[in-house]
Design a protein around this ligand. Structure first.
Ligand code: SF4
Length: 61
């Protein structure tokens, strides 16, 4: 039987779509307690801007 080391799934940074969380903020353990993620996700304009960045714009085609 093949043994595999247990590993936790890599956390993704919601602010940088497609990128892993690099713990770039002070005193965070991941996106779940990241103050920047909290601020962006609780601001309608910033959240919409982030959504626009992560979804290809059909109007540009
Ligand atoms: S600490 Fe926050 S901003 Fe930094 S990579 Fe992780 S989730 Fe993204």
């Amino acid at each position: 039987m093949e043994s595999r080391a247990k590993s936790r799934p890599e956390a993704r940074c919601p602010i940088r779509p497609g990128e892993p969380c690099t713990l770039c903020q002070l005193d965070v353990t991941g996106p779940q307690d990241c103050g920047l993620v909290y601020l962006v996700m609780h601001d309608d304009e910033l959240r919409e801007g982030l959504h626009r960045m992560s979804v290809p714009d059909a109007a540009d085609r």
